[in-house]
Design a protein. Sequence first.
Length: 394
Amino acid sequence: MGVAAVSAAASAGVLATPGSALADTVGRAPAGRIPDDLLPGGAYDRFVAQLAARDQFSGTVLLSHRGKRVLSRAYGMADKERSVPNRVDTVFALASASKPFTALAVLQLAQQGKLDCYGTLGTYLPGFPAAIADTVTIHHLLTHTSGMGDLLTNSEFLDKAGTWTSADEVTTELVKIIRKQPLEFAPGTSNRYSNSGYDTLGAIVAAVSGQSFYQYVRQHIFAAAGMTRSDFFTRPQWLTDTRIAHPYALTSSGERIDAVRAGEGAARMFIGTGGGNAFSTGPDLVRFAQALQDGHLLNPAYTELFMSAKLPMRPRGAAVPGVRSFMAYGATAPVVNNHQLLTHGGGAAGESTNWTIYRDLDWCGTILSNYDQIDLTAIIDRERAPLCGPREGG
């Protein structure tokens, strides 16, 4: 089935999988509470369908209200070589949109008294220079204020990452490289997004819990939340498991190549890390949102600690009236026209993702694409405006 045919089928709703994992909660939420623009056939639905028809979107979108699915669509192909279409429960690599799982694991261990958010890095992970081990705290790492750099610009990492062939090797070799990186600013004095910081947190979770980072997240987050199709899949699994969408990266010639089969670059490591590239589905991310807010992953006090704003974030461009950005633990916590959100996006070669929990509105929205260089911001705006009101001047 070609992209156009899949787009048309998805628009008609025929790609919804019968008996899928959310079947027990599928159904329109109570009348009068759903904005017309977010209903099937509404403005949001039409907008995404138009992008897909132009081959500017491939993947799934899902909107839920109070745990009930309002809109669920799938477009494009999960594996073009095998003619496997995307379906509503197709598994996608999340890129950095999985960082909140790492932060949540840390907060679970803090709730258990096994670590302190203001404890220093050297308390939990040996081998770092004293200038880092004795000054960087868990709080700094969680809020991107540690001063650590970004592995994705580290030449040693870029040279070696594609050669690692086991989860243990990935964890061990990553930490070796991170230990050599000097701080870019004094901890707590600035804010800079740091993949190195979150990879370090993944190693801390392993050191403190006594399990591998992957085992810990599988047991205490994915299984605990009922996220049955979520995991840290390996590259060999990505190549062979037909449930997992292949990432299609846009080349300078305008063609899209299968980035996992090409196997080049740090994004194609053997397995993801604390910094990103867990795999999940739209329905599973809704389950995560519900489990988090219902207190199944943390107690109420630590749930609020996890989700609440910790520090203001300066806008990258011009300030948007009605929008104030804050950093929570592992995700951003913007206030949009007086509504509280928790959200994180991700991007890599052939990956564009975003999920948002509308805390005071009981909504959850997920956008999972196996295309890069899509207009993700426009899709998010079309999702957000009917719930929070339009961005002024946006």
